[in-house]
Each structure stands twice: as structure tokens, then as C-alpha cells.
Design a binder for this molecule. Structure first.
Ligand SMILES: [Zn+2]
Length: 278
């Protein structure tokens, strides 16, 4: 394996990764890997204010993702600008764009949503996970989108897809994020337009456009507690870790995942593999 990997986190909305993967992305950036975020939409539906300017919101959220990536230590974001809430209707366009960027960046590892997770209701999350996984498995075929070849890009074969929590299968990778947890919280708080949603959770009744300093502190404390609870829960997968993120990683082959042996063993009653702790 290459010593410095190119890792692409594929999101539906600008703040998706900060919840589920930022602690790991920060750790990998610090270790010298190159971190990219490819975001399918600009998140221009992400407001409960009927009078909000959707285009302005999309621009603001793109800037928030750029700031979060600076905190994480990643590269500037790649935003594909598909309509928020309608990724499913644009799935083939998304797949082509993902294959294009995987080839251009020579991506080694893809992080995304698990599209097979039961009770995942958000159609954008499901479709992004599905197309990112497909793009990882099919970007090795040069006859797929031959126009990329004409643009000087070569076919690539990312080696793994890591599905972010919540996953349908038991996680097989647990990443210790104790040292990067504070920065993870900071990266989430870059998404200030989403304070409205967080205010709903942590300071019910607050006016998100006119938060007092006390209310803002309560929201930030609430967000930290929420992330901490999740990280402590996942750390229980690999004692004595205190704070962790977890993933279900699949090795990628041409047009398929490479985990047949493990899958067959599990179907025959073997337990899932024990998580690798990183
Ligand atoms: Zn989302």
C-alpha cells in the first residue's frame, strides 16, 4: 500500500462528514494522507425558514464546508451542485462525476454512507452511498465514460470503500479519535447555518437567527455532548479506547467487492470479523 493515501469522503450535504468521520479524517490528514470531500449538493434545502434564499444558503453552506475542511486539514471541497433532496433523480450524473473525480485525484480510499442501512430515510444519503460505491468499483474500466480518457485521465482502482456509521453490518474498522475529538467538534461548529437544527435539539424555542451568547454556548455544549456520546458508544467496540469512530470497510475489485469469503463464512454461521483498531 502507498504510504500517503488519497482519501475521498463522498457526502450528500456539506455537514455530513463532520458527524460521522471528521475525527478519522483529521487523524489521517495529520498522518500525511491527502483528504478530499466531494459533496453532491450544496445543501440548499437545509433551512426551516420559508423565507430563506435557497441559492444564498447553498453558497453559505459551501463556504462552511470549506472552513470545516481547513480545520480538518483537507483540500478545498469539490461541490457537484446537484439539487438538494433530488440526488436520486440525478444518480447517473452523480456516478459519472464521481468516477471522473476518482480518476482525476487517483483515489485510494472512499468514505461514504452505507446505502443498505435499514431505516435510512434520506434519499440523498442512500443514493450518494450507492453511487460512490459503484464509482469505486467501476472506475477501473476505461471503456466506462471513455471521454475521461480523451481528457487525459486514466482508469483507477480505489482499494477500499469505508461506509460511515450507521452501518447495516457490524463495523470492521474502529478508529481511535481521542486526540482529534476537540478538532472534530470545531469542524462541526463551522456549519453555522445548521445552528437552527441544533437549536431545535439543544435549546428548544430559541430563535436561531437571534441567539444569545448563552444559547450559543448551550448549543455548542449540546453538540459536543452528542458527538461525545456517539464516540464513547463506538469506543466500546474496542476497549480500552475512549472515543472512536467506526466503519464497515469493503475491499474493492473490478465491478464488485472482494469480501466473498468472509460473506460466505458469515452466511454459514461464522461471526463477523473482529474490528481492526486504528
Ligand atoms: Zn446529509
Amino acid at each position: 500500500m502507498k504510504s500517503a493515501l488519497t482519501i475521498a469522503a463522498v457526502y450528500a450535504h456539506p455537514d455530513d462528514g463532520e458527524f460521522f468521520a471528521a475525527g478519522s479524517l483529521i487523524k489521517w490528514a495529520q498522518a500525511g494522507h491527502k483528504i478530499y470531500a466531494i459533496c453532491a449538493t450544496n445543501g440548499d434545502l437545509g433551512s426551516k425558514d420559508a423565507g430563506a434564499d435557497s441559492a444564498a444558503l447553498g453558497r453559505q453552506r459551501t463556504q462552511e464546508l470549506a472552513r470545516a475542511l481547513e480545520v480538518i486539514g483537507g483540500e478545498p471541497p469539490i461541490c457537484l451542485g446537484l439539487p438538494d433532496g433530488f440526488v436520486r433523480e440525478n444518480a447517473q450524473k452523480l456516478k459519472e462525476r464521481l468516477v471522473y473525480h476518482f480518476r482525476k485525484l487517483k483515489v485510494d480510499r472512499v468514505l461514504t454512507f452505507d446505502p443498505w442501512k435499514r431505516y435510512e430515510i434520506h434519499p440523498d444519503h442512500i443514493e450518494v452511498g450507492k453511487m460512490a460505491a459503484e464509482a469505486a468499483c467501476f472506475s477501473c474500466f476505461p471503456l466506462l465514460y471513455p471521454e475521461h480518457g480523451a481528457q487525459g485521465l486514466s482508469a483507477v482502482q480505489p482499494s477500499e470503500v469505508w461506509f460511515m456509521m450507521p452501518t447495516e453490518h457490524k463495523p470492521n474498522r474502529v478508529v481511535d479519535i481521542e486526540k482529534t475529538f476537540d478538532t472534530k467538534v470545531k469542524s462541526l461548529l463551522c456549519h453555522s447555518s445548521q445552528m437552527e437544527m441544533l437549536a431545535d435539539w439543544f435549546v428548544p424555542g430559541a430563535d436561531p437567527r437571534n441567539l444569545t451568547p448563552d444559547q450559543r454556548t448551550m448549543i455548542e455544549g449540546g453538540a459536543r455532548m452528542f458527538l461525545e456520546g456517539m464516540a464513547q458508544g463506538l469506543a466500546a467496540l474496542a476497549p480500552p479506547l475512549k472515543l472512536a469512530e467506526a466503519f464497515f470497510a469493503q475491499r474493492v475489485g473490478p465491478g464488485h467487492f472482494q469480501n466473498y469469503q468472509q460473506m460466505f463464512m458469515e452466511m454459514a454461521g461464522a461471526p463477523p470479523e473482529s474490528p481492526e483498531v486504528l
